[in-house]
Design a binder for this molecule. Structure first.
Ligand code: PGA
Length: 250
């Protein structure tokens, strides 16, 4: 495995200041040894980024946001820009998560604009794509994901900063991850589109997300075309997150 894996936690709208302290302490107690073969990332809610950035950095763990606005600043009440995340020490931001697409009406066009804003602010966007169960049942999963990829990923992106997370909507938070065969097949579809996006078919990273947990992480992360994971529920506990990290190293 030549490329560096990215193991990323997405805390969604979970976590408190006290809980963040406990998480960092628990991670430190697990004697996290930074390894060159993978990068670790936590994306807590925006309220905790300022508090967690320095202690996570001390442990060699990167920090990112869960969403950003497409503009650098302005009259957008409640929104946060990519440059604000960069200012807090973020290196990454998740964009186009299916919860944002479904619950906030985000389109591919908006996701692409957010990804562009992230890149302009010096962040690496983690661009999420994934089909619903109905789309998979209808045999349209590959077509849906290809269209999302085409619409959401900016053209000409630096291969070093291209990260796509394949997250089947039905696998998120359901406890039912996609099968390794389905993951491998979809990652092949996504990688086939990378040449056109970044000029390097071998460049960029493709993460899998959706019910990744300590018990299934090893078989998923062992797949050739899987370059890491985006982990929701199982990233909230330091021990579970580290068990997944250990699976990546195995
Ligand atoms: P999950 O969430 O690991 O809880 O399924 C993944 C995600 O939404 O990124």
């Amino acid at each position: 495995m030549g490329r560096i894996m990215l193991i990323a936690g997405n805390w969604k709208m979970n976590g408190s200041r006290a809980g963040a302290v406990n998480f960092v302490q628990a991670l430190a107690a697990l004697n996290l040894v930074p390894r060159p073969e993978y990068a670790l990332l936590i994306c807590p809610p925006a309220t905790l980024i300022g508090q967690m950035a320095a202690p996570l950095a001390e442990l060699g763990v990167r920090i990112g946001g869960q969403d950003c606005h497409q503009d650098p600043n302005g009259a957008f009440t409640g929104d946060i820009s990519a440059s604000m995340l960069a200012d807090l020490g973020c290196g990454y931001v998740i964009v186009g998560h299916s919860e944002r697409r479904a619950l906030h009406g985000e389109t591919d066009h908006m996701v692409r604009a957010k990804a562009r804003a992230a890149l302009a602010a010096g962040l690496t966007p983690i661009i999420c794509v994934g089909e619903t169960w109905a789309e998979r049942e209808a045999g349209r999963a590959a077509a849906v994901v290809s269209a999302q990829l085409e619409g959401s990923v900016p053209d000409g992106v630096d291969p070093m900063r291209l990260v796509v997370a394949y997250e089947p909507v039905w696998a998120i938070g359901s406890g039912r991850a996609a099968t390794v065969d389905d993951i491998a097949a979809m990652h092949r579809v996504i990688r086939a589109g990378f040449g056109g996006k970044c000029g390097d078919p071998e460049g960029g990273l493709i993460l899998y997300g959706g019910s990744v947990k300590p018990s299934n992480a090893a078989e998923i992360l062992a797949l050739d075309l899987v370059d890491g994971a985006l982990i929701g529920g199982a990233s909230l506990e330091a021990a579970d997150f580290m068990a997944i990290v250990d699976a990546a190293a195995a």
